[in-house]
Design a protein around this ligand. Sequence first.
Ligand SMILES: Cc1ncc(COP(=O)(O)O)c(C=O)c1O
Length: 510
Amino acid sequence: MANAERAAAGLRPGDTEGARAARDDAPYLDALRAYAARGPGRFHVPGHKGGVGADPGLRESLGERALAIDIPALTQGIDTGPEPTPFSEAQRLAAEAWGAQRTWFLINGASQGNHVACLALAHRGDRVVVQRNVHSSTIDGLVLSGMRPTFVAPEIDAELLIAHCITPAALERALDETQGAVGALVVSPTYFGAVADVEGLAEVAHARGLPLVVDEAWGAHLAFSDELPAHALSLGADLVISSIHKIVGSLTQSAMLHLGRGSLLDPSVVDRCVTLVESTSPSSLLLGSLDAARRQAAVHGPELLGETLRALEAARAAVREVPGLDVLDERISGRPGVHAYDPLRLVIDVRGTGATGYDIAPIVLRDADINLELYGENVIVAVFGMGESAAEQGVRLVEALRRAVGSLDAPGDRARDAFAPPPPWGRLVMTPREAFLGPQEVVPMREGVGRVAAESLAAYPPGIPNVLPGEELTAETVEYIQQTLRLGGTLRGASDRSFATIRVAAERRS
Ligand SMILES: Cc1ncc(COP(=O)(O)O)c(C=O)c1O
């Protein structure tokens, strides 16, 4: 919703429209349950027929009720028949809860949302501005859509060597450079909880009549608490990708795509793109879980988030008590590329222990069965959900960390300062699509210099892609990746993790 529209509706940035749209039923999930309960003749797929034909182990694991509501698309009275069907009503309620003009339920995760976003933008032209450290699914979207990106570097936290968001000024410069750009794709919040100045980014894009797409995969919960930074739709984003399963609690692989009110993108184009990259047999379990997650968030979100936030405050305080550990919190707000901080991730800075996340994470796994979302050189990231028993789990995690840090045997000083920010990426010689789909060959890494990469390489830290399909591989980049690996860093995206070879386009272009 545009700010003027929000003000007219009595909303301020950060106001939770979602809480106002609370409705205590879940029409689609309820319709699935009603279908199962009436014992219908199931002369349709899936072949397990409501569970009777399923493997007993699967039946026992999922429970008979889950299998009974595994119902195909185009079932009368569920997602077909007189409008609004329970399914369209469920999507409408989600749109209302997040403050969208229209919402699509996705069954292939936020990844599908990124594919859709790229395909929808490609209807407007083929040049697009893209934050460099987007999720790999956005790069896949560029391959699918054939668009030619101009990349914008995120701000890098020189201390922690992690990437934050892009600034409105950086977006402005990239749009200046990109004749014929049809839109921009950015990420907020990041894995580490940095939230972008989405309002500023939207103003920059809109001043040129361009849509802003925000990958808010990590921020589905932001709409449901006044204690959290404002969510992207409320700040003028045109299309928002939301991985509901990550924090809000739907089943893995389910997500939503929200079209902003007053969006510069055409809903019918987005609709066709959603269909293009979706199975014709969407799982009713995934879709039902999205309907239920909307209810949970809209009805109980503020209270559940409040509890999790209090538990996380306590966990952060306890982590700080552990010698050598610190946490990221709202103190990072105001650093370049960090407009606000999302506290639903517990990001632990391990530098003071003299050890790395690579040292500590395996210890807590081995000794306490603690499984972390992410760990790297300087930080460990633990994700908390909207409605979990966060207080108890926080205590368990901190206790395991305390023991792990106590067990470290006098780690030597690591050469952290030697990790340098990455060199500039190479020139884009082909589109990602041309490089990905064209003829390719695998060559020894050194011979790859000057050739066009057909795959991605991202050395961690800080994990920003050094090479993407279609870009020229430079000697500086090869040297940088080798140096990072020598220092104990890792390489993501490469088909050859040892970095001995690289896949390049067979065709040479200058
Ligand atoms: C920023 C971002 N976007 C998109 C995705 C893809 O989400 P999903 O796993 O729901 O497809 C991720 C996954 O981690 C992500 O971090």
